[in-house]
Design a protein around this ligand. Structure first.
Ligand code: NAD
Length: 319
């Protein structure tokens, strides 16, 4: 089964359902990507920071070699890490990431966070993470405008077909839209029933940006990272409202959470190792929640954010 696509403001079609590569282990990544392609996944959401772009690229190369897909069937997403926001660093790091994947363009290249950190030479540490070469949290003076202008030149040079942003607030999106020559095609944000971000989603969609949800299952993804609120928050899969809707639709709670997003035009990028779950997660379009169910799930909102630098002990209060 394949995912339907959504037309981006860049003119390209993006699958509404994809496969996220965060926390996918290096030793299983190539196989996971290969199997996901076999199951019908076409969008892969990677990043420098995930440290597995080489392996993801190997999975893709094998799928192409075996005739499962062609490059043009795939939609490969990667992200510019915080340490590479300085204008002159954007193109070299994008080229390195393309070489790691073994491809010559990204379908979508995203500014991972609106946070500019001091440059770290990849020869010293890669991926660099949050600290500088001297192991401190050090900022770069690069403005978002400087970074975005360099992102636009990636499109001019054919290195990225579309460019986007992630973890941006409405204020930052508004500001960026004032000077953007090429508008961001997508805004990727944490989005689940405990953090619905309705105003931001509505604003972005009205401005023609496609919203992509990450961490659609809320606290689940953050248990292994021991994020405090994730451990103390009731799992969404067991929430009575979600379970009732799942029962009525004859679907799993995971599918209900993903459909709740896609029904609002929000793209999703879950991952799984399990073939049955892989299939389930792709089957989240073409059937509907009732309007009352969409509202009831949205009413679980608590403004509860799990992916927050502050929660990782970093003094960066962007949210
Ligand atoms: P996820 O969607 O991968 O879900 C978390 C966990 O749910 C997984 O570990 C998996 O074991 C489990 N799961 C998946 N399908 C299931 C099913 N059908 N039934 C039961 N359990 C299931 O969460 P995530 O990794 O936080 O987010 C998804 C993707 O979003 C990431 O891989 C990454 O690509 C992207 N992301 C981006 C940012 C950003 O800052 N832009 C931050 C976090 C994640």
């Amino acid at each position: 089964m394949a995912s339907p696509t959504v037309k981006l403001n860049s003119g390209y079609d993006m699958p509404l359902v994809g496969f996220g590569l965060w926390k996918v282990n290096n030793d299983t990544c190539a196989d996971q990507v290969y199997h996901a392609i076999k199951e019908g996944y076409r969008l892969f959401d990677g990043a420098c920071d995930y440290g597995n772009e080489v392996e993801a690229g190997q999975g893709i190369a094998r799928a192409i070699k075996d005739g499962l897909v062609q490059r043009s069937d795939l939609f490969i997403v990667s992200k510019l890490w915080n340490s590479f926001h300085d204008g002159p660093q954007v193109e070299p790091i994008c080229r390195k990431q393309l070489a790691d994947w073994g491809i010559d363009y990204f379908d979508l290249y995203i500014v991972h966070f609106p946070i500019a950190l001091k440059y770290v030479d990849p020869a010293i540490r890669y991926p660099p993470g949050w600290k500088s070469a001297s192991d401190e949290l050090e900022f770069s003076p690069a403005s978002i405008q400087e970074t975005w202008t360099a992102m636009e030149s990636l499109v001019d040079k054919g290195l990225a077909r579309s460019i986007g942003i992630s973890n941006f607030s409405a204020q930052l999106v508004m500001d960026l839209l004032r000077y953007a020559r090429i508008r961001p095609a997508t805004l990727q944000i944490e989005h689940h029933p405990y953090l619905t971000q309705t105003r931001l989603v509505d604003f972005a969609q009205k401005q023609g940006l496609t919203v992509t949800a990450y961490s659609s299952f809320g606290p689940l993804s953050f248990l292994e990272l021991d994020v405090r609120d994730a451990v103390s928050t009731p799992p969404l899969f067991e929430h009575e409202v979600v379970r009732k809707v799942a029962q009525r639709c004859g679907r799993t709670p995971a599918q209900v959470l993903l459909r709740w997003a896609t029904q609002r035009g929000v793209a999703v990028i879950p991952k799984s190792n399990d073939p049955q779950r892989l299939r389930q997660n792709l089957d989240v379009t073409g059937w509907d929640l009732e309007e009352g169910e969409v509202q009831a799930i949205a009413a679980l909102d608590q403004g509860l954010r799990f992916n927050d630098p502050i929660g990782y002990g970093l003094d960066i209060p962007i949210f």
